[in-house]
Design a binder for this molecule. Structure first.
Ligand code: ZN
Length: 201
């Protein structure tokens, strides 16, 4: 129905989360109407972000340098690590202004049915950080849903077998977060309160 070039753009756009074939088609027609000066900055922004943005080598947050802004900030407490699923969760937690430690981004949550086992996440890197650094607390702030809870339990068990539990607190943000949801949808007051009232797991 469409020329191969147009079809290719529709196909690429429909791979984006939340974009079905209908929306992809509408976006494509919109882009086709634009002048090159109006349409090409989108392509260039995509190229630039893929060429310059990468993962922090310590915590796997997004960064344009080797280490992210949080890891580079000497005022942050490096003895506490808050474990999150995605870089976007860091933004949600930072907005609460309740946390001044460091982070570790897993890149997802354990979900055996979807083929996501421990090796697919940055768990080995987390355990290495805890083993080799002077870490006093690990806050497991994975999402309050089934995959997030399973991931939190897995991390707690592994950490307990790795390090002396008298020197390391393993905690999870308190109840109050909407069950089954994502951190990014929690409002900052609720999330801030959940962080302050975290409990041992
Ligand atoms: Zn970092």
């Amino acid at each position: 129905m469409f020329s191969p070039t147009v079809q290719r753009l529709i196909d690429e756009l429909s791979k984006l989360p939340g974009v079905g074939p209908k929306t992809a088609q509408r976006l494509t027609f919109h882009l086709l109407k634009l002048t090159p000066e109006d349409a090409l900055p989108l392509a260039q922004a995509l190229i630039d972000v893929k060429e310059t943005v990468r993962f922090c080598t310590r915590c796997f947050n997004l960064t344009e340098a080797e280490l992210c802004d949080v890891c580079l900030d000497p005022r942050r407490d490096a003895t506490t690590i808050c474990v999150v699923e995605e870089p976007g969760d860091i933004i949600s937690i930072e907005r609460t202004h309740e946390y001044r430690g460091s982070y570790h981004v897993l890149g997802g949550a354990l979900s055996p049915l979807d083929g996501v086992g421990p090796a697919k996440l940055r768990l080995a890197e987390l355990f290495e950080r805890v083993r080799s650094g002077e870490i006093r607390e690990v806050i497991v702030a994975t999402n309050p849903n089934m995959a997030g809870e399973a991931t939190a339990l897995f991390i707690a068990e592994e950490l307990r077998s790795l390090v002396d539990s008298s020197t390391l607190r393993i905690t999870r943000p308190a109840a109050g977060l909407p069950m089954g949801g994502d951190l990014e949808y929690a409002d900052e007051v609720t999330l801030g309160r959940a962080l302050t009232g975290r409990r041992e797991i």
